[in-house]
Design a protein around this ligand. Sequence first.
Ligand SMILES: Cc1cc2nc3c(=O)[nH]c(=O)nc-3n(C[C@H](O)[C@H](O)[C@H](O)COP(=O)(O)O)c2cc1C
Length: 187
Amino acid sequence: MSVRILALVGSLRAGSHNRQLAEAAAKLAPEGAEVQVYEGLADIPFYNEDIDVEGSVPAAATKLREAAQAADAFLLFSPEYNGTIPAVLKNAIDWLSRPFGAGAFGGKPVAVIGTAFGQYGGVWAQDDTRKAVGIAGGKVIEDIKLSIPGSVTRFAETHPSDDAEVAAQLTEVVARLHGHAGEIVTA
Ligand SMILES: Cc1cc2nc3c(=O)[nH]c(=O)nc-3n(C[C@H](O)[C@H](O)[C@H](O)COP(=O)(O)O)c2cc1C
């Protein structure tokens, strides 16, 4: 059985380098793993407890929860906005964190990586993402880390899957996450 890894990307722009990283991860996934890049985070309203009640949950949030329930592991891609996690990714985590204690992360493995323009590659944002997703119920794999600096220049002409160093790093990230998820899937 294939391990299903759901990729959530914290940038909505069409030319997002984090989205390109996610696409590259999908391409480089080893046999037995499948990375699905989630579409639709832009359609999800800001989390609001008043609408997170039976009969009022927005269809876009339900769709995300169902995709997350069906996943065995998560790979989150975060750029850095003003020193922290972009709102779109935090919003997805908030929706997936509820119902309290029974959210869709459900103790499944989560790795957080990404690229940003600054010299540290968005490490603050990725650290904050690890903190939030851990509190939200994910099992954060703390030692899977990849923060690629200089996104705007590094990927100006080259897709991450055509950058040999990045492709090798992504291959390792996905293989290691697959290993963690595989332990759970076969347990
Ligand atoms: C609102 C905003 C805030 C940003 N703040 C930071 C920052 O704090 N650190 C950083 O390294 N880059 C920052 N950047 C630059 C982003 O890292 C860069 O645009 C990145 O490539 C965005 O990711 P994407 O290509 O996936 O859209 C910021 C960009 C925007 C639009």
